[in-house]
Write a protein that binds this ligand. Structure first.
Ligand code: 0GY
Length: 320
C-alpha cells in the first residue's frame, strides 16, 4: 500500500515487512489530561439522562488530528468516553466535533457507530461537503453543525461561509450550535438572530462570572434567549469560567440557575469531557455531576435539563 492513501501515514524505509507508520502526536507541553479516575457522583442522575456536550479526540494514530488545529490534545477515544458515561450514570451522549479534528468528522462518526444509537453528533463541515457525505453523517446520527467563533480555536470566516453551510444542511433538519464569548454577542447579534434553525449556544455564551447575572453582558444573553425562542443553551463548563475555582465553582452557579429557571425547556447539561485547553486544573467529572442539584433543587427542572430537553432535540423519535 502506498503512503498517502491513509491520512497521516508515512513510509518506513527501514523495514520491508511493514512499510507504513501510523501518525503519532504528542500533546501540547502544557496539555492537561482528563481525570484518570473520576469519583462516582453522590447525585444520581435520573435514568435516561443525556450528557449533551462531550468530545472524542483521536486516537491520533487512527484518526489524525487536523493540520489546521490550534492545539494537540491527548488521545481521548470512545472507550474512555463509555467508561465515563457508565461511571457517571448517563445513558446517552451528544458528541460535539472538536476543533482539533477540523472538518474531518471520522473520529466522532466512529464513536457514533460504536455507541449504536446511544449517541448523537454535532459536526463541523465545510461548504464543499458532498450530499452523499451529508447523508452519511445524518445516518450515523449527526443532528447539527457547530459554528465556532472563538478566535483562539479557529480562524475567522466571513458570514457568507456560514450561509453556504446553512444552505447545504437545510434539507436535513439539523440545528446550529454556536460557540462565542459574551463580549462578542452584540457584534454577532444580527447574524445569530437571522439563523433559520434552532440555535444552541455553548457554555451559556461564556459569561464573565465576575459580573452578576444582572450585569449588562448576561442581560443581553438572556434577552437573546427571551426574545428568540429558537435559542437554546448549554449550562456547561463551570470549570472553564469560574474564578472562585473547584470543587464548587460557586461563582458560575447563579448564571446556570438563572437560565434553567427562566428557560426550563431550552437548556442542556454536559460534562465537556475531556475538557480541552484547561490550564489551571482538571475537574473531577463526578464532582461536576454533583453540582447539578445546586443549579436547581427541582426534580422536574432536572428532568427537563437532563432527559426531556436533550431527548426532544436529539432523539425526537423517542418522544411520543
Ligand atoms: C469546548 C471548549 C473548547 C474547545 C473546543 O472544539 C474545541 O476545540 O470546543 C475551548 O477550548 O474552550 O467546548 O470543549
Amino acid at each position: 500500500m502506498r503512503a498517502g492513501l491513509i491520512p497521516g501515514w508515512t513510509h518506513n524505509y527501514e523495514r520491508e515487512d511493514c512499510d507504513l507508520i501510523p501518525p503519532s502526536f504528542s500533546p501540547d507541553h502544557d496539555w492537561l489530561d482528563f481525570h484518570p479516575s473520576p469519583s462516582r457522583p453522590l447525585y444520581r442522575v435520573p435514568e435516561g439522562a443525556v450528557d449533551a456536550h462531550c468530545h472524542v479526540f483521536g486516537p491520533g494514530s487512527r484518526f489524525p488530528f487536523a493540520p489546521e488545529r490550534k492545539y494537540t490534545p491527548c488521545d481521548a477515544g470512545t472507550d474512555a468516553l463509555v467508561r465515563l458515561r457508565d461511571r457517571l450514570g448517563f445513558y446517552r451522549n451528544v458528541i460535539v466535533q472538536a476543533t482539533c479534528h477540523g472538518a474531518d468528522n471520522s473520529a466522532m462518526v466512529d464513536a457514533l457507530h460504536t455507541l449504536d444509537g446511544r449517541a448523537r453528533g454535532v459536526a463541523t463541515i465545510r461548504p464543499d461537503i458532498t450530499d452523499d457525505e451529508l447523508t452519511r453523517l445524518h445516518r450515523a446520527g449527526v443532528r447539527g453543525v457547530r459554528f465556532n467563533f472563538i478566535k483562539r480555536l479557529v480562524d475567522p470566516k466571513p458570514d457568507s461561509y456560514y450561509h453556504q453551510i446553512i444552505a447545504r444542511i437545510s434539507r436535513l433538519g439539523w440545528h446550529i450550535v454556536v460557540y462565542f464569548e459574551a463580549a462578542d454577542l452584540a457584534e454577532r447579534w444580527d447574524f445569530f438572530t437571522s439563523l433559520p434553525t434552532i440555535v444552541v449556544v455553548d457554555h451559556m455564551g461564556r459569561p464573565d462570572v465576575t459580573q452578576t447575572p444582572d450585569g449588562e453582558e448576561f442581560k443581553l444573553f438572556r434577552q437573546l434567549m427571551r426574545d428568540h425562542p429558537q435559542f437554546w443553551c448549554k449550562v456547561t463548563c463551570p470549570e472553564r469560567m469560574s474564578v472562585s475555582g473547584p470543587p464548587d465553582y460557586a461563582d458560575v452557579t447563579p448564571f446556570a440557575r438563572c437560565l434553567v429557571e427562566e428557560f426550563p425547556n431550552r437548556v442542556l447539561w454536559g460534562t465537556d469531557w475531556p475538557h480541552p485547553n484547561l490550564k489551571s486544573h482538571m475537574p473531577d467529572d463526578g464532582k461536576l455531576v454533583d453540582l447539578i442539584p445546586r443549579i436547581t433543587q427541582s426534580e422536574e427542572l432536572r428532568r427537563l435539563l437532563l432527559i426531556e430537553n436533550p431527548t426532544r432535540l436529539y432523539w425526537p423519535e423517542l418522544c411520543v
